[in-house]
Design a protein around this ligand. Structure first.
Ligand SMILES: NC(=O)c1ccc[n+]([C@@H]2O[C@H](COP(=O)([O-])OP(=O)(O)OC[C@H]3O[C@@H](n4cnc5c(N)ncnc54)[C@H](O)[C@@H]3O)[C@@H](O)[C@H]2O)c1
Ligand SMILES: [Zn+2]
Length: 675
């Protein structure tokens, strides 16, 4: 043998050893350490070598058998008809070649196929004797499986007896045990709550739950079964012509069969089925990793027979791999519209799920810690459907000594403001809300919104344009806008531009609480802004207050107090506020209410109802004034109402007030009370 063959032989041996190790981890331990696609690549490489050099095939090669030997801990069950694997294809051309081989093998022009989803669970065999479920087993190495009868009995969708009068004397049903996506999410939530290990995917969860020595544990996990074929049988009712008829018969016996099963003819229809299922993949309640094509005629199946580890009459057409292994080159930090800092993995480009992936989300610092991700690590990347790719796990065995631990930056990478992580969330946030470029659009939209500065006409599209063209960088720039700059924008006529300028001008006169709310401080909503305005009375007192003083105000807890303090600690935020004041934004300030005398607020505990139009004040203004002094404004009159304020054209509330004998005020009376 020449040197080259020697080398190839050695390589094949190495591949075999590696594949066997992964088989053991995957099938016996339910704990794979490489992505399926990586595994498939190695197996295919070995198959290619053995095809090119048949003299190198060994009897014990993983290409010659399926799965892994059953675990000794279980009793064993011998499959009288072996449970084989399926040949697989990824490319359309491979499917065409399969169809061609089948037609040639049968000497026909076209073939009818039964087509089915390929469940991503684990294969089991269920034996019924005289209609009663007797034994159930895993596939094992295809010849001998593990006896998991008691575990299978806990699965509700597996009939324990067959619902027919003359049950077959022997029937071996084959199918897949899996965990529905929803049940998988539930299980992982429970595992997390108990502080136990989460499962990587529904397949691992199903395998780990089913192959338990204690069936009591299996019973607590929700598993589901789908039938896809029959092994041994002695049964006069069994249809003997087509696979699709066998499936219909199994449905009659109350075995779950996938609704997506169908019958098609020829190569083109196989591809069409593949595409339909691929499109519906995300919305199916269970995970699948492809579709299976089976020659429908049972007679033709027998004619075609088997190769070493798979039938010639069937093919698994797999979806592009959703997981791949690559290297984590670095971690960048991106800032979202709301200031959230998100670590993003920069990856060595890798082909996964049908596209080349170069980035994956890492969510937040806790997640990085939990997954123990270091920069430089070899990682498994997953991309399912249209979801953002994510890092599933680290291949720890491949970690080299020079990997680096990542730490979240203390400053926003976009604007340099301090980044803080509050106790109530996992993410860090930039505190430069008013000037951070990443948050500009969001900040300006919020500033202009109805309950904030109420600038009519300044919507999404417009903000998008003025920010993208750098006409507006901070809310203060809104007040510097000129007619020509606005009128030059897309879809903007001179008339609407001047309307907007008028709305901007009008917004200058506002209230303190609206202005505080408009700043977009994290955790400061409308109610909190009112509270702050009422108690502090001036913006400068708010800026200087500090976290401790703020916490003396009712309803202001440590988290809110801290985000307010963080916001004003940022000099750039204060600068923008100064510019706003310089542009003429103003409000009435007052002495505020000393928090120590809250109980002595003049209107504390008093409830008001407003009805009819007041001569000089809007209802909103009246409400703000009453609330500023500790009063409450309610919508309906009851015995608990203290005052009903009546304007012109009052409604039924006025009558009700009279009938309940509640004090009635007009605007002058109210102003008197507010003095
Ligand atoms: N990551 C790892 O370390 C590792 C190790 C071993 C195997 N694997 C993965 O396991 C798979 C290979 O396993 P395999 O040999 O069981 O082949 P397979 O899963 O590709 O195909 C055969 C199996 O398909 C299942 N199946 C689902 N729907 C079916 C249907 N409608 N009709 C018939 N069968 C259906 C059956 O359980 C059957 O045993 C590959 O995806 C491989 O990547 C991964
Ligand atoms: Zn920032």
């Amino acid at each position: 043998m020449n040197e080259k063959i020697e080398k190839i032989k050695q390589h094949a041996q190495d591949l075999r050893a590696e594949i066997e190790l992964h088989n053991y981890r995957y099938y016996s331990l339910d704990n794979p350490t490489i992505a399926d696609a990586e595994y498939d690549k190695r197996l295919r490489e070995l198959q290619q070598i053995e095809q090119d050099y048949p003299q190198l095939i060994t009897a014990d090669s993983p290409t010659q058998r399926v799965g892994a030997a059953p675990l000794k801990a279980f009793s064993q069950i011998v499959h009288r008809i072996p449970m084989l694997s399926l040949s697989n294809a990824f490319e359309d051309a491979e499917v065409a070649a399969f169809d061609r081989r089948v037609c040639e093998g049968l000497s026909v022009d076209s073939v009818e196929y039964a087509v089915e989803p390929k469940f991503d669970g684990l294969a089991v065999s269920l034996c019924y004797e005289d209609g009663v479920f007797k034994t159930g087993a895993t596939r094992g190495d295809g010849y001998t499986g593990e006896d998991i009868t008691l575990n299978l009995r806990t699965i509700k969708s597996i009939p324990l007896s067959l619902p027919v009068e003359n049950p077959p004397s022997l029937l071996e049903v084959r199918g897949e045990v899996l965990m529905l996506k929803a049940d998988f999410l539930n299980l992982n939530q429970r595992q997390l709550a108990k502080g136990e290990k989460e499962f990587a995917n529904p397949r691992n969860a199903a395998a780990g739950s089913l192959r338990q020595l204690d069936p009591g544990i299996t019973a607590t996990r929700r598993l589901t079964f789908f039938a896809y074929g029959v092994g041994e049988y002695q049964d006069s009712h069994m249809p003997l012509d087509k696979h699709s008829h066998v499936m219909a018969y199994l449905t009659l016996l109350h075995f779950p069969v996938a609704k997506e099963c169908n019958v098609v003819r020829g190569f083109q229809e196989l591809l069409a089925y593949y595409q339909t299922i691929e499109m519906r993949r995300e919305s199916l309640p269970y995970d699948i990793d492809g579709v299976v094509y089976k020659v429908n005629s049972l007679k033709q199946q027998v004619q075609l027979g088997f190769v070493s580890r798979a039938p010639r009459f069937a093919l698994a057409h797999k979806f592009p791999a959703q997981e791949a292994v690559t290297q984590l080159l670095g971690i960048d930090v991106q800032v979202g519209r709301t200031g959230a800092l998100t670590p993003v993995a920069r990856l060595k480009p890798v082909f996964v799920g049908g596209v080349t992936v170069t980035n994956a989300t890492l969510h937040n610092a806790d997640e990085i810690k939990r997954k123990d991700v270091h920069i430089g690590d070899t990682v498994i990347v997953r991309r399912a459907g249209d979801v953002i790719p994510e890092i599933v796990s680290v291949v720890l065995e491949k970690r080299s000594a020079d990997t680096q631990i990542f730490t979240m930056p203390e400053h926003c990478p976009v604007c340099g403001a301090k980044a803080v992580q509050h106790a109530d969330e996992a993410v860090s946030r930039c505190t430069g809300g008013l000037f951070c470029a990443a948050q500009r659009k969001q900040a300006i939209l919020h500033f202009a919104s109805r309950r904030a500065m109420d600038i009519e006409g300044l919507g999404d599209k417009l903000v998008e344009q003025v920010v993208d063209q750098a006409i507006v960088r901070t809310p203060a720039d809104l007040y510097k806008l000129g007619l020509s700059a606005l009128a030059n924008l897309e879809r903007m006529a001179e008339k609407s531009a001047s309307n907007i300028l008028r709305a901007i001008e009008k917004s200058k006169h506002t209230t303190l609480s609206r202005f505080i709310y408009a700043l977009g401080i994290r955790n400061v909503g409308e109610a909190t802004a009112k509270e702050l305005a009422a108690h502090l009375g001036s913006l400068d007192r708010l800026i200087e207050a500090g976290s401790e003083r703020l916490q003396c105000i009712p309803d202001i807890g440590p988290v809110v107090a801290q985000s307010i303090a963080d916001f004003f600690a940022e000099a750039h935020n204060r600068e923008v506020i100064e510019q706003l004041r310089a542009c003429g934004v103003r409000w009435d300030e007052h002495e505020g209410i000393s928090t120590l005398v809250v109980g002595m607020q003049p209107l504390h505990g008093k409830t008001f109802v407003l009805t009819g139009a007041l001569p000089t004040m809007s209802r909103e203004e009246a409400k703000e004034k009453i609330e500023a002094l500790g009063g409450k404004v309610s919508n309906s009159v009851s015995k608990k109402t203290d005052y009903v304020v009546v304007g012109t054209d009052p409604g039924s509330k006025y009558d009700k007030a009279l009938s309940l004998g509640i004090s009635v005020l007009d605007e002058t009376g109210l102003l008197e009370l507010l003095k």
